[in-house]
Design a protein around this ligand. Structure first.
Ligand code: UD1
Ligand code: CA
Length: 453
């Protein structure tokens, strides 16, 4: 493990104007999380003593996301933003004076903990002032390049200043850098203002360190880990890369997915080995699928737990707060929200179950609706174990259906039904023998008269 204490600085003061939608760049979503949440989650895995996020003035929404995804993080404000070197200077007061400082970007979300550990260890081992994480992206345009003298890293050169030869070297600065904390402080103080952009470049720390006789080094990472987001097209590309990587991990771990390229996963979804995910399933954040569960095609799940041997879909929608217990069954065109569906219970077709508790083995008929909302507040429906709800029942909440009770099809239930009771809440049927033929004759005669007049 590399030198402690570890301070991590996440830079996120950039405007991200190329996203062209007015939204701060780091709040754009990747696999259902913001870019920033991905970075902060990875940062937290390194268990830093200090975690600082650098923001520009007025980035309230971003500050909220920081507090939400990493409550221990401090926020440093860079006012006005004058480059990456200036951004780290803005965080200076929050950093430990010794140990290591790791600089990450809020818009580079695919970094892994292992890669960062490798970078920190390499800096440590070489006793380097600066260690740079290098990548070889298929399209290197826009990246700074690493210049070596022999084996030694001597300079980071921004693309516009790079020689033809250096540009073609292919080895790029991912932006991630690790520093010796004590030497960083003095390097930051010495950064020159780059007149062409009116910025202080963090990358200039390398040449400065080398001029002082301090060693610098580089570690190469898989290029996908260092890919940043500058446009909507890059964000979509990153989503694709993220999905590919996560699908491969799940397949490796023993999840059954016959068409993985059609399954969309979220950052935090947990799917156990032996679960079956059929084609065209979309997972939003907060999902947990236990072993032996089957998610049939075209289902959409968010904030839901599906326990062992339960089956969902095809075409089901599980919304936040849904728990489908072992062996339960949610069929086609069933929507659930804040609903606990007991072990072995069934809602096989066309139903809405919102703010509901459904007991073990209950049967929910097609077309059943829990009327949970009166225009002002949400109310709960409780259905006891083994109850039978006939088709097309409207259960007007708050309402309780006792265990083993039977609700007749087409009922609109507004009062509680005790255990083992039969509730019928619909107009009684009238049947008149022979009247269909008489009615038909009458209608035919009327139609005749109309066509003559
Ligand atoms: C930077 C590097 C470049 C590297 C590339 C990788 C410099 C001078 N160049 O260039 O070598 O290949 O990243 O993507 O560092 N930020 C602030 N405050 C600022 C400016 C930027 O917090 O004043 C943040 C941005 O929000 C972003 C990160 O720093 O998260 C990088 O800034 P950006 O402008 O994208 O740098 P590049 O020009 O891409
Ligand atoms: Ca960038």
């Amino acid at each position: 493990m590399s030198q402690r204490p570890l301070s991590i600085v996440v830079l996120a003061a950039g405007k991200g104007t190329r996203m062209r939608n007015g939204r701060p760049k780091v709040l754009h979503p990747l696999a259902g999380w913001t870019l920033l949440r991905h970075v902060l989650t990875t940062a937290r895995k390194l268990e830093p003593e200090r975690l600082v996020v650098v923001l520009a003035p007025g980035m309230e929404e971003v500050a909220r996301e920081v507090r939400d995804s990493a409550p221990q993080a401090r926020i440093a404000v860079q006012d006005p933003p004058l480059g990456t070197g200036h951004a780290v200077s803005a965080a200076r007061g929050e950093l430990a004076e010794h140990g290591s400082v790791l600089v990450l970007y809020g818009d580079t979300p695919l970094l892994s903990r292992d890669t960062l550990m490798r970078l920190l260890a390499a800096r440590d081992e070489a006793d380097a002032a600066v260690a740079v994480l290098a990548i070889r992206p298929p399209d290197p345009s826009g990246y700074g390049r690493l210049r070596f003298a022999g084996d030694a890293l001597v300079e980071l050169v921004e693309e516009r200043h790079a020689s033809f030869e250096l540009k073609n070297s292919g080895l790029c600065n991912s932006g991630v850098m690790a520093f010796d904390a004590a030497r960083l402080q003095s390097l930051l103080a010495a950064l020159p203002l780059r007149e062409e952009k009116n910025e202080y470049y963090l990358t200039d720390t390398v040449a400065l360190a080398v001029a002082r006789g301090w060693r610098c080094c580089a570690v190469e990472a898989p290029w996908v880990e260092g890919v940043g987001v500058n446009s909507q097209a890059q964000l979509a590309e990153l989503e694709r890369l993220w999905q590919e990587r996560r699908r491969a991990e799940l397949l490796d771990a023993g999840v059954v997915m016959p068409a993985p390229e059609t399954v969309f996963l979220a950052a935090d979804c947990e799917i156990e080995a032996g679960a079956v995910i059929e084609p065209y399933v979309v997972f939003r954040p907060g999902v947990r699928i236990h072993s032996g569960a089957v998610i049939h095609a075209f289902s959409h799940l968010e904030g839901a737990v599906v326990e062992t041997n339960a089956a969902i879909g095809p075409f089901a929608r599980l919304r936040p707060g849904t728990v489908v217990k072992a062996g339960a069954r949610i069929g086609n065109f069933v929507e659930t929200k804040a609903a606990v569906v007991g072990p072995g219970a069934k809602a096989n077709h066309l139903a809405y179950l919102g703010d509901a508790t459904i007991g073990a083995g209950a049967n929910i008929g097609a077309g059943t609706i829990t009327c949970n909302y009166d225009g002002f507040a949400k109310h709960r429906t409780e259905i006891g174990p083994g109850a039978f709800i006939g088709s097309n029942a409207a259960l007007v909440a708050p309402v309780r259906i006792g265990g083993g009770a039977f609700v007749a099809a087409g009922s609109t239930v507004t009062e509680d039904v005790p255990e083992d009771a039969l509730a019928i809440a619909r107009a009684r049927q009238q049947t008149r023998p022979g009247r269909a033929a008489l009615l038909r004759q009458k209608l035919q005669k009327q139609s005749h008269q109309r066509s003559k007049s």
